[in-house]
Ligand binder design. Structure first.
Ligand code: C5P
Length: 285
């Protein structure tokens, strides 16, 4: 049992329904147009009252972070930034249950950092709508502001300038995530982009815009991890699939389905044929 006052948050997995890379910026980042959506599942973060700030990482993917300095973890960096911004003197014992593969294009550290901001704002009774939370999120990483919202949003600039979209057609859609268990460096995938602007992401209904769109990071990611080809092929041939695409810089790919039965059938069939892949059967939130 967690002690009284413990706050629990899900670090909802981030999906890029489409990701258009338009140009390289002078600051080394890339100008994007992207549609963010979020899975109902993700890593789990708990924050308990404590005197100091500490982080424990558990769960099936904790080993991937074992060699890292905890102070570099975005969860602790978020906690320190929040404490400094609001002059908080209390601490927190943070526990991160790492359930999703790391370096895999579905938010990972960004979603964990955003969950830490939400959890600690609750633990330290800070106003959840204070603009300083968004400012801290933007400093922690380009995807962290979208992960702070964890609702479907359209992102431009580095992916950190957000505009609301109509969620109605997306909420609850059955979603299958598949990863060939090959980590990918986001910076390496962006560096492999060919510099060719393939055009804007459509405005309006997000599902229609996503269906008409693309992920411009698929070619450089596939060049680094050829197994992505097979993941996209398996998802794309599943019965009832509405959209199959890579998320972010990969290697995780996603498929959206019309019904949960179709999503479950695809998950069973892929698990049989590709027992080594990581799969998560969930839905859009
Ligand atoms: O902001 P974040 O630390 O998550 O970004 C990781 C890396 O991804 C950056 O260092 C950069 O190489 C690349 N990136 C980019 N353009 C973006 C977002 C990320 O080039 N819009």
């Amino acid at each position: 049992m967690d002690e009284p006052g413990t706050v629990e948050e899900t670090a909802f997995a981030k999906i890029n329904l489409a990701l258009h890379v338009r140009h390289r910026r002078p600051d080394g980042y890339h100008a994007l147009e992207t549609l963010f959506a979020f899975a109902a599942d993700g890593d789990r973060l708990t924050a308990a009252p404590a005197d100091g700030l500490e982080l424990t990482v558990t769960g099936p993917f904790a080993a991937a972070l074992a060699g890292d300095d905890p102070a570099d973890n975005l969860v602790l960096r978020a906690a320190v930034a929040l404490r400094d911004a609001f002059g908080v003197t209390a601490g927190a014992a943070l526990r991160l249950d790492k359930r999703l593969p790391v370096a895999s294009g579905i938010g990972g550290g960004s979603a964990d950092a955003a969950a830490a901001l939400r959890a600690l704002a609750a633990l330290w009774t800070l106003p959840a709508d204070d603009p300083r939370l968004g400012e801290i999120a933007g400093r922690l990483g380009a995807d962290v502001p979208a992960c702070l919202a964890s609702r479907p949003v359209r992102g431009t600039a580095r992916g950190d300038v957000l505009a609301p979209v109509d969620e109605a057609g997306l909420a609850g859609m059955p979603l299958l995530l598949a990863n060939p268990r090959a980590p990918l460096s986001t910076a390496a995938v962006f560096a492999g982009w060919d510099g060719h602007d393939r055009g804007a992401l459509a405005e309006g209904d997000p599902l229609a815009a996503a269906l008409a769109g693309r992920n411009d990071l698929e070619p450089p990611a596939r060049a680094l991890v050829p197994a992505i080809d097979a993941v996209l092929a398996r998802l794309g041939e599943a019965a009832g699939v509405r959209l199959a695409r890579m998320s972010g810089s990969g290697a995780t790919c996603f498929a959206l389905f019309g019904t949960t039965a179709e999503c479950a059938a695809a998950a069973r069939s892929i698990a049989d044929r590709q027992p080594g892949w990581w799969l998560l059967e969930t839905r859009l939130r």
